[in-house]
Ligand binder design. Structure first.
Ligand SMILES: Cc1cc2nc3c(=O)[nH]c(=O)nc-3n(C[C@H](O)[C@H](O)[C@H](O)COP(=O)(O)OP(=O)(O)OC[C@H]3O[C@@H](n4cnc5c(N)ncnc54)[C@H](O)[C@@H]3O)c2cc1C
Length: 407
Protein backbone atom coordinates (compact mmCIF):
# COMPACT_ATOMS: atom_id res chain seq x y z
CA UNK A 1 0.00 0.00 0.00
CA UNK A 2 1.16 3.55 -0.69
CA UNK A 3 0.09 5.80 2.19
CA UNK A 4 -0.90 9.41 1.60
CA UNK A 5 1.48 10.45 4.35
CA UNK A 6 3.85 8.86 6.84
CA UNK A 7 4.83 10.75 9.98
CA UNK A 8 8.12 9.77 11.60
CA UNK A 9 8.20 10.52 15.35
CA UNK A 10 5.39 10.46 17.89
CA UNK A 11 6.24 13.57 19.95
CA UNK A 12 3.93 16.60 20.20
CA UNK A 13 4.65 17.80 16.65
CA UNK A 14 4.01 14.38 15.03
CA UNK A 15 0.92 13.75 17.15
CA UNK A 16 -0.59 17.11 16.29
CA UNK A 17 -0.06 16.38 12.61
CA UNK A 18 -1.83 13.02 13.10
CA UNK A 19 -4.80 14.78 14.72
CA UNK A 20 -5.24 16.90 11.61
CA UNK A 21 -4.90 13.88 9.29
CA UNK A 22 -7.45 11.98 11.36
CA UNK A 23 -9.88 14.88 11.22
CA UNK A 24 -9.34 15.30 7.46
CA UNK A 25 -9.74 11.57 6.77
CA UNK A 26 -6.27 11.18 5.32
CA UNK A 27 -4.66 7.75 4.90
CA UNK A 28 -1.72 8.25 7.28
CA UNK A 29 0.69 6.13 9.31
CA UNK A 30 2.77 7.17 12.33
CA UNK A 31 6.10 5.41 12.95
CA UNK A 32 7.60 5.79 16.43
CA UNK A 33 10.84 4.14 17.46
CA UNK A 34 10.05 3.83 21.18
CA UNK A 35 7.73 1.37 22.88
CA UNK A 36 5.52 4.33 23.82
CA UNK A 37 4.66 7.76 22.45
CA UNK A 38 5.99 11.19 23.45
CA UNK A 39 8.50 10.21 26.14
CA UNK A 40 9.95 13.73 26.22
CA UNK A 41 6.55 15.36 26.50
CA UNK A 42 5.87 13.16 29.52
CA UNK A 43 8.92 14.49 31.41
CA UNK A 44 8.44 18.07 30.25
CA UNK A 45 7.79 20.89 32.72
CA UNK A 46 8.72 18.69 35.69
CA UNK A 47 6.17 16.12 34.42
CA UNK A 48 3.52 18.87 34.44
CA UNK A 49 4.14 20.02 30.84
CA UNK A 50 4.06 23.73 30.20
CA UNK A 51 2.06 23.41 26.97
CA UNK A 52 1.91 27.01 25.80
CA UNK A 53 1.77 30.61 27.02
CA UNK A 54 -0.46 33.66 26.88
CA UNK A 55 1.61 35.76 24.47
CA UNK A 56 0.34 37.33 21.27
CA UNK A 57 2.04 36.15 18.08
CA UNK A 58 4.20 39.29 17.97
CA UNK A 59 5.22 38.95 21.62
CA UNK A 60 5.93 35.24 21.11
CA UNK A 61 8.20 35.92 18.15
CA UNK A 62 9.91 38.85 19.88
CA UNK A 63 10.85 36.55 22.80
CA UNK A 64 12.92 34.20 20.61
CA UNK A 65 16.72 34.33 20.30
CA UNK A 66 16.61 33.27 16.66
CA UNK A 67 17.77 35.54 13.84
CA UNK A 68 15.15 33.98 11.55
CA UNK A 69 12.36 34.13 14.13
CA UNK A 70 9.83 35.59 11.67
CA UNK A 71 9.83 32.21 9.91
CA UNK A 72 7.38 31.08 12.61
CA UNK A 73 4.81 33.75 11.88
CA UNK A 74 2.62 31.64 9.53
CA UNK A 75 2.58 28.57 11.76
CA UNK A 76 1.66 30.62 14.83
CA UNK A 77 -1.01 32.49 12.87
CA UNK A 78 -2.50 29.17 11.73
CA UNK A 79 -2.33 27.53 15.17
CA UNK A 80 -0.89 29.63 17.98
CA UNK A 81 -1.39 29.66 21.77
CA UNK A 82 -5.12 30.54 21.55
CA UNK A 83 -5.87 27.67 19.15
CA UNK A 84 -3.75 25.30 21.26
CA UNK A 85 -5.77 26.13 24.40
CA UNK A 86 -9.00 25.58 22.39
CA UNK A 87 -7.72 22.28 21.00
CA UNK A 88 -7.07 20.86 24.47
CA UNK A 89 -10.37 22.20 25.79
CA UNK A 90 -12.09 20.44 22.88
CA UNK A 91 -10.27 17.27 23.88
CA UNK A 92 -11.42 17.42 27.50
CA UNK A 93 -8.39 19.15 29.05
CA UNK A 94 -8.43 22.69 30.41
CA UNK A 95 -5.12 24.52 30.51
CA UNK A 96 -4.61 26.88 33.44
CA UNK A 97 -2.44 30.00 33.60
CA UNK A 98 0.55 30.28 35.95
CA UNK A 99 2.88 33.23 36.63
CA UNK A 100 0.77 35.25 34.20
CA UNK A 101 2.61 33.52 31.32
CA UNK A 102 2.61 29.72 31.25
CA UNK A 103 -0.27 27.32 30.58
CA UNK A 104 -0.23 23.93 32.31
CA UNK A 105 -2.89 21.18 32.25
CA UNK A 106 -5.39 21.60 35.09
CA UNK A 107 -4.58 18.03 36.17
CA UNK A 108 -0.92 19.14 36.64
CA UNK A 109 0.07 15.99 34.74
CA UNK A 110 1.86 15.81 31.40
CA UNK A 111 0.19 12.42 30.87
CA UNK A 112 -3.15 14.29 30.48
CA UNK A 113 -1.62 16.26 27.61
CA UNK A 114 -0.61 13.04 25.89
CA UNK A 115 -4.05 11.52 26.51
CA UNK A 116 -5.67 14.53 24.82
CA UNK A 117 -3.27 14.30 21.88
CA UNK A 118 -4.09 10.62 21.23
CA UNK A 119 -7.80 10.76 22.16
CA UNK A 120 -9.04 10.98 18.55
CA UNK A 121 -6.30 8.90 16.91
CA UNK A 122 -6.95 5.50 15.39
CA UNK A 123 -4.24 3.44 17.12
CA UNK A 124 -4.16 1.04 14.17
CA UNK A 125 -2.40 3.85 12.35
CA UNK A 126 0.34 4.08 14.99
CA UNK A 127 3.27 1.67 14.87
CA UNK A 128 5.44 1.67 17.99
CA UNK A 129 8.93 0.11 18.08
CA UNK A 130 9.34 1.17 14.46
CA UNK A 131 12.53 3.19 14.31
CA UNK A 132 13.15 4.56 10.83
CA UNK A 133 16.63 3.88 9.49
CA UNK A 134 16.56 5.42 6.01
CA UNK A 135 14.31 7.30 3.61
CA UNK A 136 14.61 7.00 -0.17
CA UNK A 137 12.71 8.92 -2.81
CA UNK A 138 11.90 7.55 -6.25
CA UNK A 139 9.39 9.00 -8.69
CA UNK A 140 7.46 11.01 -6.09
CA UNK A 141 7.14 8.00 -3.79
CA UNK A 142 9.10 7.76 -0.54
CA UNK A 143 10.32 4.41 0.78
CA UNK A 144 10.72 4.43 4.53
CA UNK A 145 12.96 1.72 5.90
CA UNK A 146 12.62 0.38 9.44
CA UNK A 147 14.61 -2.56 10.78
CA UNK A 148 12.20 -5.17 9.37
CA UNK A 149 9.79 -3.43 6.99
CA UNK A 150 9.66 -0.89 4.19
CA UNK A 151 6.67 1.47 3.99
CA UNK A 152 5.75 3.64 1.03
CA UNK A 153 4.15 7.04 1.02
CA UNK A 154 3.42 10.08 -1.17
CA UNK A 155 4.40 12.51 1.61
CA UNK A 156 6.77 12.20 4.57
CA UNK A 157 6.70 14.34 7.68
CA UNK A 158 9.86 14.11 9.78
CA UNK A 159 9.11 14.93 13.43
CA UNK A 160 12.04 13.26 15.16
CA UNK A 161 12.99 16.10 17.53
CA UNK A 162 16.51 17.26 18.31
CA UNK A 163 19.42 15.68 20.18
CA UNK A 164 18.43 16.80 23.67
CA UNK A 165 17.68 13.98 26.14
CA UNK A 166 18.43 11.19 23.61
CA UNK A 167 17.13 8.61 26.08
CA UNK A 168 13.63 9.89 25.21
CA UNK A 169 14.18 8.90 21.58
CA UNK A 170 15.24 12.33 20.26
CA UNK A 171 18.67 11.31 19.07
CA UNK A 172 19.21 13.56 16.08
CA UNK A 173 17.94 11.12 13.42
CA UNK A 174 16.14 13.89 11.50
CA UNK A 175 19.49 15.43 10.61
CA UNK A 176 20.79 12.10 9.32
CA UNK A 177 17.73 11.72 7.07
CA UNK A 178 18.11 15.32 5.88
CA UNK A 179 21.78 14.90 4.99
CA UNK A 180 21.02 11.72 3.09
CA UNK A 181 18.28 13.56 1.17
CA UNK A 182 20.54 16.59 0.48
CA UNK A 183 18.73 19.00 2.75
CA UNK A 184 20.91 21.63 4.47
CA UNK A 185 21.34 21.15 8.21
CA UNK A 186 22.90 23.04 11.09
CA UNK A 187 24.48 20.82 13.79
CA UNK A 188 22.52 20.54 17.04
CA UNK A 189 24.10 22.51 19.89
CA UNK A 190 22.95 23.10 23.48
CA UNK A 191 20.31 25.72 24.26
CA UNK A 192 18.26 26.48 27.36
CA UNK A 193 20.71 24.99 29.81
CA UNK A 194 23.09 25.57 32.76
CA UNK A 195 26.58 27.00 32.55
CA UNK A 196 29.74 25.96 34.39
CA UNK A 197 32.27 28.28 36.00
CA UNK A 198 35.43 27.15 37.81
CA UNK A 199 35.70 30.67 39.19
CA UNK A 200 32.36 30.26 40.93
CA UNK A 201 33.33 26.82 42.23
CA UNK A 202 36.65 28.08 43.57
CA UNK A 203 35.89 31.65 44.66
CA UNK A 204 32.15 31.88 45.20
CA UNK A 205 31.16 28.45 46.49
CA UNK A 206 29.51 30.10 49.50
CA UNK A 207 27.05 31.85 47.18
CA UNK A 208 25.44 28.55 46.19
CA UNK A 209 21.67 28.92 46.47
CA UNK A 210 21.70 32.74 46.18
CA UNK A 211 19.10 33.83 43.67
CA UNK A 212 18.61 37.20 42.02
CA UNK A 213 14.99 37.85 41.02
CA UNK A 214 15.66 40.00 38.00
CA UNK A 215 18.99 40.92 36.48
CA UNK A 216 20.57 41.81 33.16
CA UNK A 217 23.29 39.42 32.01
CA UNK A 218 25.82 40.73 29.47
CA UNK A 219 28.22 38.53 27.50
CA UNK A 220 31.36 40.68 27.68
CA UNK A 221 32.92 41.68 24.39
CA UNK A 222 29.58 41.34 22.57
CA UNK A 223 26.42 43.45 22.49
CA UNK A 224 24.31 40.53 23.72
CA UNK A 225 22.29 40.90 26.91
CA UNK A 226 19.39 39.05 28.54
CA UNK A 227 17.04 39.79 31.43
CA UNK A 228 15.52 37.46 34.02
CA UNK A 229 16.13 35.53 37.23
CA UNK A 230 19.53 33.98 38.07
CA UNK A 231 20.72 31.35 40.54
CA UNK A 232 24.20 30.50 41.87
CA UNK A 233 24.71 26.73 41.93
CA UNK A 234 27.48 24.39 43.11
CA UNK A 235 28.86 24.19 39.54
CA UNK A 236 28.14 27.64 38.14
CA UNK A 237 24.95 29.44 37.23
CA UNK A 238 21.37 28.61 36.39
CA UNK A 239 17.96 30.32 36.31
CA UNK A 240 15.83 31.54 33.39
CA UNK A 241 18.22 34.29 32.26
CA UNK A 242 21.18 31.89 32.16
CA UNK A 243 19.16 29.23 30.33
CA UNK A 244 18.16 31.81 27.76
CA UNK A 245 21.73 33.11 27.30
CA UNK A 246 23.32 29.65 27.23
CA UNK A 247 23.17 29.06 23.47
CA UNK A 248 24.97 32.35 22.76
CA UNK A 249 27.50 31.68 25.52
CA UNK A 250 28.12 28.28 23.90
CA UNK A 251 28.80 29.96 20.53
CA UNK A 252 31.02 32.61 22.15
CA UNK A 253 33.05 29.88 23.91
CA UNK A 254 33.76 28.23 20.56
CA UNK A 255 35.66 31.38 19.56
CA UNK A 256 37.33 32.62 22.75
CA UNK A 257 37.35 32.82 26.52
CA UNK A 258 34.05 34.12 27.87
CA UNK A 259 33.08 36.19 30.87
CA UNK A 260 29.65 37.50 31.76
CA UNK A 261 28.59 40.39 33.97
CA UNK A 262 25.40 41.04 35.87
CA UNK A 263 24.05 43.11 38.70
CA UNK A 264 23.45 41.52 42.09
CA UNK A 265 20.97 44.18 43.17
CA UNK A 266 17.84 45.85 41.79
CA UNK A 267 19.23 49.38 42.09
CA UNK A 268 21.25 51.05 39.34
CA UNK A 269 24.85 52.14 39.99
CA UNK A 270 23.70 55.77 40.44
CA UNK A 271 20.97 54.78 42.89
CA UNK A 272 23.48 52.67 44.83
CA UNK A 273 25.94 55.59 45.09
CA UNK A 274 23.15 57.78 46.45
CA UNK A 275 22.12 55.15 48.99
CA UNK A 276 25.75 54.70 50.07
CA UNK A 277 26.08 58.46 50.65
CA UNK A 278 22.94 58.45 52.79
CA UNK A 279 24.19 55.44 54.75
CA UNK A 280 27.52 57.20 55.32
CA UNK A 281 25.74 60.30 56.65
CA UNK A 282 23.73 58.04 58.96
CA UNK A 283 26.99 56.43 60.14
CA UNK A 284 25.71 52.92 59.37
CA UNK A 285 27.96 49.88 59.53
CA UNK A 286 28.65 48.58 56.01
CA UNK A 287 27.10 45.12 56.48
CA UNK A 288 23.94 46.62 58.02
CA UNK A 289 23.61 48.88 54.99
CA UNK A 290 24.31 46.11 52.46
CA UNK A 291 21.67 43.92 54.07
CA UNK A 292 19.05 46.55 53.22
CA UNK A 293 19.67 46.06 49.51
CA UNK A 294 20.73 42.42 49.30
CA UNK A 295 20.87 39.14 51.24
CA UNK A 296 22.96 38.43 54.37
CA UNK A 297 25.12 36.03 52.40
CA UNK A 298 25.87 38.54 49.64
CA UNK A 299 26.43 41.39 52.10
CA UNK A 300 29.11 39.39 53.92
CA UNK A 301 30.64 38.24 50.62
CA UNK A 302 30.93 41.82 49.36
CA UNK A 303 33.05 42.92 52.32
CA UNK A 304 35.11 39.72 52.17
CA UNK A 305 35.87 40.39 48.52
CA UNK A 306 36.81 44.00 49.30
CA UNK A 307 39.11 42.63 52.04
CA UNK A 308 37.59 44.81 54.76
CA UNK A 309 36.05 44.36 58.21
CA UNK A 310 32.48 45.27 59.07
CA UNK A 311 33.08 48.87 60.09
CA UNK A 312 31.35 52.23 60.20
CA UNK A 313 31.04 53.42 56.62
CA UNK A 314 32.93 56.65 57.44
CA UNK A 315 35.99 54.53 58.14
CA UNK A 316 36.00 52.66 54.84
CA UNK A 317 38.38 53.80 52.11
CA UNK A 318 36.92 55.06 48.82
CA UNK A 319 38.71 52.36 46.82
CA UNK A 320 37.04 49.67 48.94
CA UNK A 321 33.60 51.27 48.49
CA UNK A 322 34.25 51.40 44.73
CA UNK A 323 35.17 47.72 44.81
CA UNK A 324 31.84 46.94 46.47
CA UNK A 325 29.94 49.13 43.98
CA UNK A 326 31.60 47.34 41.07
CA UNK A 327 30.84 43.87 42.45
CA UNK A 328 27.22 44.72 43.24
CA UNK A 329 26.40 46.33 39.90
CA UNK A 330 28.79 44.61 37.51
CA UNK A 331 29.65 41.23 39.02
CA UNK A 332 31.91 39.51 36.49
CA UNK A 333 32.71 35.81 36.25
CA UNK A 334 34.46 33.69 33.67
CA UNK A 335 32.51 30.81 32.13
CA UNK A 336 34.21 27.56 31.22
CA UNK A 337 31.54 25.33 29.77
CA UNK A 338 27.91 25.04 28.77
CA UNK A 339 25.99 21.88 29.65
CA UNK A 340 26.15 19.29 26.82
CA UNK A 341 23.51 19.21 24.10
CA UNK A 342 22.36 15.81 25.41
CA UNK A 343 21.43 17.31 28.77
CA UNK A 344 20.25 20.69 27.52
CA UNK A 345 16.46 21.20 27.65
CA UNK A 346 16.40 22.04 23.96
CA UNK A 347 18.87 22.24 21.09
CA UNK A 348 19.73 25.04 18.74
CA UNK A 349 20.34 23.97 15.15
CA UNK A 350 18.46 21.49 13.00
CA UNK A 351 17.06 21.68 9.48
CA UNK A 352 17.94 25.08 8.03
CA UNK A 353 14.77 27.16 7.72
CA UNK A 354 16.16 28.40 4.38
CA UNK A 355 15.29 24.98 3.01
CA UNK A 356 11.65 25.12 4.11
CA UNK A 357 8.52 26.94 2.96
CA UNK A 358 7.34 28.82 6.09
CA UNK A 359 3.71 28.34 5.04
CA UNK A 360 3.92 24.53 4.96
CA UNK A 361 7.28 23.27 6.36
CA UNK A 362 7.83 21.52 2.99
CA UNK A 363 11.38 21.26 1.65
CA UNK A 364 11.42 23.75 -1.23
CA UNK A 365 13.45 21.56 -3.59
CA UNK A 366 11.89 18.22 -2.56
CA UNK A 367 8.10 18.36 -2.83
CA UNK A 368 6.43 15.88 -0.50
CA UNK A 369 9.15 16.04 2.19
CA UNK A 370 8.40 17.99 5.40
CA UNK A 371 10.17 18.69 8.71
CA UNK A 372 8.35 19.90 11.83
CA UNK A 373 9.00 20.59 15.52
CA UNK A 374 12.38 20.73 17.19
CA UNK A 375 14.13 18.87 14.39
CA UNK A 376 13.95 22.22 12.55
CA UNK A 377 16.28 25.08 13.51
CA UNK A 378 13.49 26.60 15.64
CA UNK A 379 13.37 26.81 19.42
CA UNK A 380 12.49 29.19 22.20
CA UNK A 381 13.11 29.88 25.87
CA UNK A 382 11.42 28.02 28.70
CA UNK A 383 7.77 29.08 29.10
CA UNK A 384 5.85 26.77 26.78
CA UNK A 385 7.56 28.10 23.64
CA UNK A 386 8.97 24.78 22.44
CA UNK A 387 5.87 22.65 22.70
CA UNK A 388 3.93 25.50 21.07
CA UNK A 389 6.42 25.50 18.18
CA UNK A 390 6.04 21.70 17.86
CA UNK A 391 2.22 21.76 17.89
CA UNK A 392 1.95 24.82 15.71
CA UNK A 393 4.35 23.66 12.97
CA UNK A 394 2.78 20.16 13.04
CA UNK A 395 -0.71 21.56 12.61
CA UNK A 396 0.14 23.92 9.75
CA UNK A 397 2.12 21.26 7.88
CA UNK A 398 -0.68 18.67 8.15
CA UNK A 399 -3.30 21.20 7.04
CA UNK A 400 -1.20 21.97 3.98
CA UNK A 401 -0.76 18.29 3.07
CA UNK A 402 -4.48 17.58 3.58
CA UNK A 403 -5.41 20.52 1.36
CA UNK A 404 -2.94 19.38 -1.32
CA UNK A 405 -4.31 15.83 -1.26
CA UNK A 406 -7.89 17.03 -1.65
CA UNK A 407 -7.34 19.57 -4.43
C1 LIG B 1 13.42 17.89 30.65
C2 LIG B 1 12.69 18.70 29.59
C3 LIG B 1 11.62 19.52 29.96
C4 LIG B 1 10.95 20.27 28.99
N1 LIG B 1 9.88 21.01 29.37
C5 LIG B 1 9.20 21.76 28.45
C6 LIG B 1 8.03 22.47 28.79
O1 LIG B 1 7.51 22.38 29.92
N2 LIG B 1 7.44 23.25 27.81
C7 LIG B 1 7.95 23.33 26.55
O2 LIG B 1 7.38 24.05 25.72
N3 LIG B 1 9.02 22.60 26.19
C8 LIG B 1 9.65 21.80 27.08
N4 LIG B 1 10.72 21.04 26.69
C9 LIG B 1 11.06 20.98 25.24
C10 LIG B 1 10.00 20.14 24.51
O3 LIG B 1 9.73 18.96 25.24
C11 LIG B 1 10.45 19.78 23.09
O4 LIG B 1 10.81 20.96 22.41
C12 LIG B 1 9.36 19.06 22.32
O5 LIG B 1 9.06 17.82 22.92
C13 LIG B 1 9.74 18.84 20.86
O6 LIG B 1 8.70 18.12 20.25
P1 LIG B 1 8.96 17.31 18.90
O7 LIG B 1 7.68 16.65 18.57
O8 LIG B 1 9.56 18.20 17.90
O9 LIG B 1 10.07 16.25 19.27
P2 LIG B 1 10.19 15.18 20.44
O10 LIG B 1 9.29 15.48 21.56
O11 LIG B 1 11.64 15.09 20.71
O12 LIG B 1 9.67 13.84 19.77
C14 LIG B 1 10.39 13.19 18.75
C15 LIG B 1 9.88 11.77 18.63
O13 LIG B 1 10.46 11.16 17.48
C16 LIG B 1 10.84 9.82 17.81
N5 LIG B 1 11.92 9.43 16.90
C17 LIG B 1 13.18 9.92 16.85
N6 LIG B 1 13.88 9.31 15.87
C18 LIG B 1 13.05 8.41 15.30
C19 LIG B 1 13.20 7.47 14.25
N7 LIG B 1 14.36 7.31 13.59
N8 LIG B 1 12.13 6.70 13.90
C20 LIG B 1 10.95 6.82 14.56
N9 LIG B 1 10.76 7.69 15.58
C21 LIG B 1 11.80 8.49 15.94
C22 LIG B 1 11.29 9.92 19.27
O14 LIG B 1 11.30 8.66 19.89
C23 LIG B 1 10.25 10.88 19.82
O15 LIG B 1 9.11 10.19 20.29
C24 LIG B 1 11.39 20.25 27.63
C25 LIG B 1 12.45 19.44 27.27
C26 LIG B 1 13.10 18.66 28.23
C27 LIG B 1 14.23 17.78 27.82
Amino acid sequence: MIYDVIIIGGGPSGLMACNVFEQENINYLLLEKNEKLAKKLLISGGKRCNVTNNLSIDQFIASLNLKHKKFLYHALKDFGPIEIIDFFKGHGLNLVLEDNLKYFPETQKSSSVLEALVKDLDMNRVKLNHGVKRIDQDNHVFSIHTAHEIFQSKHVVIATGSNSYPTTGSSGDGLEFARYLNVETIPFTPAETYIYSNEIVEKYKDLQGVSINQTKVKINGTNMSYTGGLLFTHFGLSGPVILHASEDIYQALLKDKVSISFSLIEQSREELIQLLDQAKNNKLFIVKFLETITTKKLAQKMIDLAGIENRNMNEIAKKDINHIIENLTNFTVSIDKVQSRDLAFVNAGGISTKELDPKSMEVKHKPGLYFIGETVDLHGPIGGFNITIALSSGHMCAKHISYKLKS
